[in-house]
Design a protein around this ligand. Structure first.
Ligand SMILES: Nc1nc2c(c(=O)[nH]1)N[C@H]1C(S)=C(S)[C@@H](COP(=O)(O)O)O[C@H]1N2
Ligand SMILES: [Mo]
Length: 299
């Protein structure tokens, strides 16, 4: 099982190398060839780890511990390898090189120079900005608003346009549990602390369940949710946030693994004890600190 995970991670590292090679490539055909082989390998691995039809990795099986989670995680990483390789094949050599440079409306390249000091253990940079979520992105985006519910003195419901009045821009790194990191992202949004202050949390509130489109959710301790740099964001690197990356409104908790950064946020519910969200129910860690490699429940 752990070996599968290593193989999956190696795929993403290879994708990273192909991406870097592409930027200075004299022979685009060679790069495409490497990307194609990568795609084949990633698909093979994905087939291996995908549960047989009719079975599921989720649910009570998790009582057996991190094994199931690692299996699912390897699937997620392999899927990421497929995604990256496919994207590479969709581009020709020139496009791949261009992908390493800033695009119009962006102040910097999607993947900047590596900074090992800022990469937590087991993480590496990937080309571009992978898109990772379960289910499909929402299609109805008008009239977006977020509610703060649960253990609060005052339930609030704030339309996105009102949030925009208190905009801040913060720079932070993003680390996905599948092993990729994207450094130096400029997120524009509202500090979650200000939104929560408006709802006046009750004394007994210790955690929040942040939920969004497609029944996704993540649990975050209030101390983590109100930390500096934690925002509900609608723009990234100077451009409005793509729907696939969580636009019109996503949570960004840069000091925890990316699965806590819920996309398409509609509700923050304050609770008086730590209850698992979507991935936590499936074996991921309750907190998810990348510097301590808190990937799975028992880490
Ligand atoms: N609503 C929703 N938010 C989500 C997810 C999801 O499946 N649904 N996936 C999470 C995971 S595992 C990661 S790593 C990041 C990925 O963000 P990105 O697609 O913008 O790179 O979104 C997080 N937020
Ligand atoms: Mo993730």
């Amino acid at each position: 099982m752990a070996e599968t995970l290593d193989r999956a991670r190696a795929l993403v590292v290879r994708a990273d190398e192909v991406g870097k090679a592409a930027a200075g490539a004299r022979d685009p055909a060679l790069v495409r060839d490497r990307a194609r082989r990568l795609l084949d390998d990633a698909r093979d691995l994905l087939d291996e780890v995908r549960p047989a039809p009719g079975t599921t990795n989720a649910g009570p099986g998790l009582a057996t511990g991190a094994g199931v989670a690692i299996d699912q995680h390897a699937g997620e990483v392999a899927a990421l390898g497929v995604q990256i390789a496919r994207r590479m094949l969709d581009m020709d050599g020139a496009d791949l090189a261009a992908a390493a440079r800033p695009t119009a409306g962006m102040r910097r390249a999607p993947t900047t120079v590596d900074d090992p000091v800022r990469r937590p253990p087991g993480q590496h940079l990937t080309p571009g900005f992978p898109v990772l979520h379960v289910g499909a992105a929402p299609t109805r985006l008008d009239d977006w608003h977020v509610t703060v519910t649960g253990r609060v003195h005052e339930r609030v419901r704030v339309p996105l346009d009102d949030l925009r009045r208190d905009a801040v821009t913060v720079t932070s790194d993003f680390h996905c549990v599948t092993g990729w990191s994207r450094l130096a992202n400029d997120w524009t949004g509202i500090p979650v602390a200000s939104l929560l202050a408006a709802a006046r949390p009750r004394d007994e509130a210790t955690h929040a369940i942040v939920s969004g489109h497609a029944a996704y959710s993540a649990n975050v301790a209030l101390a983590d949710l109100t930390a500096p740099g934690v925002v509900l964001a609608w723009a990234l690197d100077g451009a409005s946030l793509d729907v696939v990356h969580g636009g019109p409104l996503r949570l960004v908790v840069p000091h925890l693994y990316g699965w806590k950064s819920v996309k398409w946020v509609t509700e923050i519910r304050l609770v008086e004890r730590d209850v698992p969200g979507y991935w936590e129910e499936r074996g991921y860690h309750m907190r998810g600190d990348p510097w301590q490699e808190q990937r799975f429940r028992n880490d």
